[in-house]
Each structure stands twice: as structure tokens, then as C-alpha cells.
Design a protein. Structure first.
Length: 218
């Protein structure tokens, strides 16, 4: 495939064929619980997050109840997650900010979300697209790697990759594509299981690639 556009069209068709419906892998019931689950998912598998959130949300599934918990109580629920201490601290601060500054409502606004403790652009993007259906294309290190392997970007960081993907795919596809990329990456195009020459999409987008592809790290 000679052009980036051709590769993008093929990737979009293939992912839609494989995953016509893709559930959000993090268990949640609303914008607040989704935000907390995404915050917890840094340096932690979705499976692990889904194991710890039931106990946490049983105690506090809204910012008012979360604000009442101590850092230690939050930590006790999430201690098996990576970076648990800093996450407990951020969750406590986040709940305080949501209650005191935003009237207990998760704001549907990038700038306001990114002001919250522990919330970066990617986390804010996940909440915006999945909770509020406001166009966003969350890009993590895994999507960054796949987009490079498939010739959709030469991005040196996730910000550049996000901008390139947004230009290639229509807004109405961003929500599904974010989940489709992640699911395909976990099933077929893993960091170690595929070096850019193994999985079907890598072989189709670059049929003549013989050597392992070295991606720019995010």
C-alpha cells in the first residue's frame, strides 16, 4: 500500500470487520466511575482495575462519598494496582476538586478535566468520548506503536500521533477506533509478539517489510 490514506482505509475496514462492537473494557456506571477506572489503569491492566473497583465503588461511587474517605481507605481498596499510593492521593484530591470546584459533576470539558489530580490528556479524552460522546481520539503508548507500525504516523510522541490519526479518520469513527486499536493490539499486534512483520495488518500494510520495525517510543 503506497499511501497513508490507503493504509488508513484498509485498517479502518479490517478493524470494523474484526470488531463491529467493542465494549469499554473498564467496568463503570457513569462519568465519575469511568474517570476513576481510567486513572487506575495507568501502569495496571484493565483486568486488575476491574478486580479492585467493586470494593472501592461499594464504598464510594460518587465524588461526595469519595471525598469522605481517607487516603488510607482508598489505598486499602486499590493497593494491588501499580502506583497505588500516588493514585489514592490523586483520587482523594480529585474528589475534593470535583465537589468544591465543579459542584459534584464531572465536567465535559478538556481543560477542566485535565486540571483534576492525576488526569492527563489521554484520561480526559477517554472520559470525553465514552462518557459524554464529545469527539476525542485517546492515544496511549499501544495505539502510538500500532499507528507507527501501520504507517499512519511518524509521530515521535502520542500528541503527534493523535493529531495524525484525527486527520485520517472521520470523527464519528474515533470512539470505536480507539477501542478497536487497543483490542487488536492486545490480541494480534502485541509489543513482543509482533515486530511489524507478523500480524495480518502489519503484513498487509507493508508486505515487503523483512526486518523488525523499530517504533519511536512515546
Amino acid at each position: 500500500m503506497k499511501t497513508k490514506k490507503e493504509r488508513a482505509e484498509y485498517v479502518g475496514r479490517k478493524l470494523e470487520e474484526l470488531y463491529p462492537e467493542v465494549p469499554i473494557p473498564l467496568d463503570h456506571t457513569d462519568a465519575f466511575t469511568l474517570l476513576i477506572a481510567v486513572l487506575l489503569s495507568a501502569q495496571c491492566t484493565d483486568k486488575r482495575v476491574n478486580m479492585v473497583t467493586p470494593a472501592l465503588f461499594a464504598k464510594a461511587d460518587n465524588p461526595y462519598d469519595m471525598q469522605k474517605l481517607s487516603e488510607e481507605e482508598i489505598l486499602e481498596c486499590i493497593k494491588t494496582c501499580g502506583l497505588a499510593k500516588s493514585k489514592a492521593r490523586n483520587i482523594k484530591k480529585l474528589a475534593d476538586m470535583v465537589v468544591n470546584e465543579y459542584g459534584g459533576e464531572i465536567p465535559a470539558d478538556f481543560e477542566k478535566l485535565e486540571r483534576l489530580a492525576g488526569v492527563g490528556h489521554k484520561t480526559a479524552s477517554v472520559v470525553m468520548i465514552h462518557a459524554f460522546k464529545i469527539p476525542a481520539f485517546p492515544v496511549d503508548t499501544h495505539i502510538h506503536r500500532l499507528a507507527q507500525r501501520w504507517g499512519l504516523t511518524k509521530g515521535k510522541n502520542v500528541e503527534q500521533t493523535e493529531a495524525d490519526l484525527k486527520k485520517l479518520f472521520p470523527k464519528e469513527k474515533w470512539e470505536d477506533l480507539h477501542l478497536q486499536f487497543i483490542t487488536y493490539g492486545r490480541e494480534y499486534c502485541t509489543a513482543r509478539g509482533c515486530d511489524g512483520t507478523v500480524c495480518e495488518i502489519c503484513r498487509t500494510t507493508y508486505p515487503n517489510r523483512k526486518k523488525p520495525f523499530i517504533a519511536n517510543k512515546a
